[in-house]
Design a protein around this ligand. Structure first.
Ligand code: CDV
Length: 313
């Protein structure tokens, strides 16, 4: 058995005017509760430190940059790092990263029990659009403010296992899980800010969105025989509702813990990383069963190309 106790720290809404310092206080309160539950690792959502700012159209670069962190840890987050190290708890959370050479990424880091940043991931699948879109009920401007991640989907050895990260929209893409699956991943952590409604005049509502949230993560877990831990920033931010539904999924694809609210809420589960072995050595023993000679289209073609129609048909 390779047990680790994981605390999923769902965050309730963060309003536009709330400061990073206020948010970090809430994060530490959840960490205190996680310590009481014996957590080895606490997982926070995508862009944890602020409201989900890609819903706002901005043109002034200084205003845009004010949502980004140019160093990590920094003055606002150092109390979080200090407390985690004191507790001997690993942490992972998302933030908007501005690099020293001026690049903007939607990033997650993994900080080990000694307080060292041992993993970094930059979101690959950026949803939304880059210009103001008056046909949408609300904006989702991730393509305007971030560039696609440049680190691929790394995995790293920590806490006695093999861990990887992805962020929000990445969870909808099977390639995300499979790339990490091919590196032997045993636990994927991911955070999300998912609006409860589709902005593009669709009938899709929050129940559908929660269904898709479970569907993609359960499939990713099962098909790669890995734990998947998904955590929401939830509730109503500035009139815009986000789904909750944070959850922990075992390597058989079953949900073992799920959040019930759209507020700050902790869910905890002790995960045996060795329970990945069964699937990885049977149905999803990749080296015996994958047929890569038939998969080349996946990396050589991006969009759909339908067969030509026959003449006269
Ligand atoms: N933050 C996200 O990546 N949100 C997307 C929305 C736009 C659908 C998601 O996949 O949940």
């Amino acid at each position: 058995m390779k047990n680790i106790t994981v605390a999923v720290a769902q965050m309730g809404p963060i309003q536009k005017a709330e400061t990073r310092e206020q948010v970090v206080k809430r994060m530490i309160k959840l960490m205190d509760d996680a310590k009481q539950c014996g957590a080895d690792l606490i997982v926070y959502p995508e862009l944890t430190l602020t409201t989900f700012f890609p819903r706002y159209f901005m043109e002034d670069q200084a205003e845009i940059d004010s949502w980004f962190e140019s160093e990590m840890p920094n003055a606002a987050t150092i109390p979080l790092f200090t407390k985690a190290k004191f507790y001997g708890m690993a942490i992972t959370f998302g933030y908007a990263e501005l690099t020293s050479d001026g690049k903007h990424f939607n990033t997650s880091i993994f900080v080990d029990k000694s307080g060292s940043i041992t993993g970094k991931y930059r979101k690959v699948h950026l949803p939304g659009h880059s210009e103001y879109d008056s046909n949408r009920d609300f904006q989702h401007l991730e393509k305007r403010y971030f560039q696609p991640g440049d680190l691929g989907f790394p995995v790293y050895r920590t806490l006695g296992g093999i861990f990887g990260m992805c962020i929000c929209n990445d969870r909808r893409w099977p390639e995300t899980y499979r790339v990490m699956g091919l590196k032997g991943v045993e636990m994927i952590t991911l955070g999300y800010n998912t609006p409860s409604f589709n902005s593009q005049k669709s009938a899709e509502g929050s129940e559908d969105r929660l269904f898709h949230n479970r569907l993609v993560q359960q499939a990713g877990a099962y098909q790669n025989s890995t734990w998947v831990v998904g955590v929401a920033k939830a509730g109503i931010e500035d009139g815009h509702p986000l789904i909750g539904g944070s959850l922990i999924i075992d390597p058989g694809g079953k949900i073992v813990a799920e959040a019930k609210t759209e507020e700050d809420e902790l869910i905890v589960h002790t995960c045996d990383l060795d329970s990945c072995i069964f699937g990885k050595t049977t149905v999803f023993d990749f080296s015996r069963h994958r047929r890569i000679e038939d998969y080349s289209i996946i990396t050589s073609q991006t969009g759909v190309v339908v067969p030509k129609e026959k003449d006269g048909s």
